[in-house]
Design a protein around this ligand. Sequence first.
Ligand code: HEM
Ligand code: HEM
Length: 184
Amino acid sequence: MPKTKTTEYTSTAKWLHWGMALVWMTSWTLGILATHWRDELNPHHELTFLHKALASTLLLMVVVRVAWRLKNRPPALPDSMTVAMKRGAMVGHVLLYAIALIALPVSGWYWSSVADKPILVAGLFFLPPLVDPDPDLYDLAKYIHTWTSWFCGALVGGHLLIALKHQLIDKDNILAGMLPKVRR
Ligand code: HEM
Ligand code: HEM
């Protein structure tokens, strides 16, 4: 029997997407509040601690997510999209995985290692340092994490706007394929 084209992500993929999206967006907001409202909101580094404890869980979740993704194909994109748009979507997703979900948390891990500061993952256990402490590399590590975080803010903002465009303007089923199934 011919296989029908799937239009939905698996429920595991949906849980991983929305769980990690929530952790990612909260971590990003905490990072901004911790640094730019330091005196008002972060006088004793409470928000920095929360930022690191939460964001570092992405390092573990992304391993599960990538393993799942390699074994399960995503739904086919609608025929209404041109080849160029489909390629653009693929590149965008690869960038989200490679930079927002892998390189950004690794750059935070690198910065804390260089600075000889601990990372308590989810408040439960310490992450081993990625490299030896080195005060000479502190500014470079800070620069990399800060600018990667702003680049990723723009990347995720673009991802959100494109999802809304598909839903509101193109009126295709792309967003529906990532939303929970509603039982009728
Ligand atoms: C192991 C993971 C991570 C560690 C250890 C880490 C560590 C840090 C540290 C120490 C700061 C400076 C906070 C302060 O000065 O009080 C910071 C800032 C920041 N982090 Fe992270 N981070 C991690 C992952 C992430 C992730 C996944 C995101 C995005 C979701 C992110 C976004 C930011 C942002 C937006 C800032 C503020 C940048 C600015 O100064 O404008 N970080 N991070
Ligand atoms: C409210 C915010 C968000 C919305 C509405 C949203 C929506 C979507 C939708 C509709 C898809 C399916 C796209 C398709 O089939 O072409 C998708 C895929 C994806 N999203 Fe999001 N997303 C959000 C936040 C995020 C965040 C914060 C991240 C990570 C930083 C992220 C990473 C991804 C990735 C990597 C995929 C590709 C999944 C795959 O095919 O393996 N998303 N998103």
